[in-house]
Design a protein around this ligand. Structure first.
Ligand SMILES: [Ca+2]
Length: 401
């Protein structure tokens, strides 16, 4: 804790020293990392940074989550894979992620495109669902180029497609890695199918954004296949609601979940407590340097505009997953995280039946149902919203770790 406090103070100083300096935007967070290295030379205990892989569909909340993860000194993001079946177009998602890696002083982190949907996943291909609604995507695609503009990272993306990048990153790692999944499980399912033993030996814990395990007799959901999109991507909030990250590729999700990987679900009920407000700028620390503070204020101001949604419909979905993952990683994956006030252990399987016979099968497509034959999972079910916002905004500033 002492080392973290020293780093936090140093980070704030490094960022603060950037005020009014031309070119600071590109170098500011790099200074933080250099300060980290310099602090080790004075004899202080070096931080052991846990290696992680991030898989993402690069919605606005993914971008904000990745900003937090890149600013976090206790983890090291080794690779970022961008999904093809998520909340942005790949031409935009990859370069937006690379803007972030550059802004946070880690411009050479490999960022990969994905080639296509998992060839084993047929439903999306057979029945194009027009999800997300295409009208919602321009603001997402251009979030970090027009709304909160960051300099373009001139480096080329990885030559590898997402599944290969994940596979090779796992293979090269000397120690087991954590995976933070901010989108559908399409890429991870492909890695798993190709290299199950590598997955088993090198993946320590999978932190998954969304989902909730419910009882077989829980109230039915309004999500059936095919799903007709309304004015927004995903409407309705009944008990046992279905997560986008599962709904969009449930066959991939079933593959990963049935495998038996150590799994933490940042559940819908947990994430639903993390409401976005326009006055969340109050959580930007006073000590925050002008560059990250401006970045964060712009994020808050521009998010509803880019998302084309009122603030009341916006939550910190993937950001909540990122903070939960980081806090648990610091405790070696155990159920210790200040942001989570209630954990629950369960076993579940993914339901693929799309009918309305809940009394027989618990049916409803892409739902996670309690199942004694199924995969064990640790669920975070309740959030401490204030703790989350302090940690998220403070973390990006380098002021709270
Ligand atoms: Ca996402």
């Amino acid at each position: 804790m002492l080392a973290l406090a020293v780093l936090a103070t140093g980070a704030a100083d490094a960022l603060g020293s950037c005020m009014g300096t031309e070119g600071c935007a590109e170098s500011s967070l790099l200074q933080v990392l250099q300060h980290d290295k310099a602090s080790r030379r004075d004899g202080s205990q070096p931080l052991r940074r846990q290696p992680v892989i991030v898989d993402t569909d690069v919605d606005t909340d993914d971008m904000m989550a990745i900003a937090y993860l890149l600013a976090e000194p206790t983890i090291e993001v080794k690779a970022i894979s961008v999904l093809a079946d998520g909340w942005s177009h790949q031409w935009a998602g990859v370069v937006n992620v690379m803007r972030l890696t550059q802004f946070f002083g880690q411009p050479d982190i490999p960022v990969a495109y994905s080639p296509k949907y998992n060839s084993d996943t047929q439903l999306n291909l057979k029945e194009p669902n027009e999800l997300p609604n295409p009208s919602l995507l321009p603001g997402v695609d251009n979030f970090l180029s027009e709304y909160v503009p960051l300099p373009f990272n001139e480096r080329p993306p990885s030559w590898m497609y997402g599944p290969r990048l994940v596979r090779e990153t796992l293979r090269k790692s000397a120690t087991p890695m954590d995976i933070i999944e901010l989108g559908p499980l399409t890429t991870l399912a492909q890695v798993l199918q190709e290299e199950p033993e590598l997955f088993r030996s090198k993946v320590r814990t999978l932190y998954f954004s969304g989902g909730e395990v419910v009882q077989r007799n829980a109230s039915k959901t309004d999500k059936v296949w095919p799903y007709s999109v309304g004015s927004t991507s995903f409407t309705g909030d009944p008990p046992g609601s279905v997560a986008w990250n599962i709904f969009s590729d449930p066959i991939a999700a079933n593959s990963v979940f049935s495998f038996g990987v150590d799994l933490v679900l940042a559940t819908g009920p947990y994430l639903d407590r993390l409401q976005f407000y326009e006055n969340d700028t109050q959580f930007i620390p006073q000590t925050c340097g002008i560059v990250p503070a401006t970045f964060l204020r712009d994020l808050v101001h521009e998010l509803p505009i880019a998302a084309n949604q009122p603030p009341s419909q916006l939550q910190y979905w993937d950001e909540g997953t990122a903070v939960l993952a980081v806090q648990m990683i610091r405790h070696h994956g155990t159920r210790q995280a200040a942001v989570c006030t209630q954990f629950g252990q369960t076993q579940f399987a993914l339901m693929m039946e799309d009918g309305n016979n809940a009394t027989v099968s618990g049916g409803r497509y892409a739902r996670l149902l309690e199942n004694r034959f199924g995969q064990p999972a640790l669920q975070c079910l309740q959030a401490n919203e204030t703790e989350f916002k302090l940690v998220f905004y403070g973390g990006i500033c380098g002021g709270f770790h």
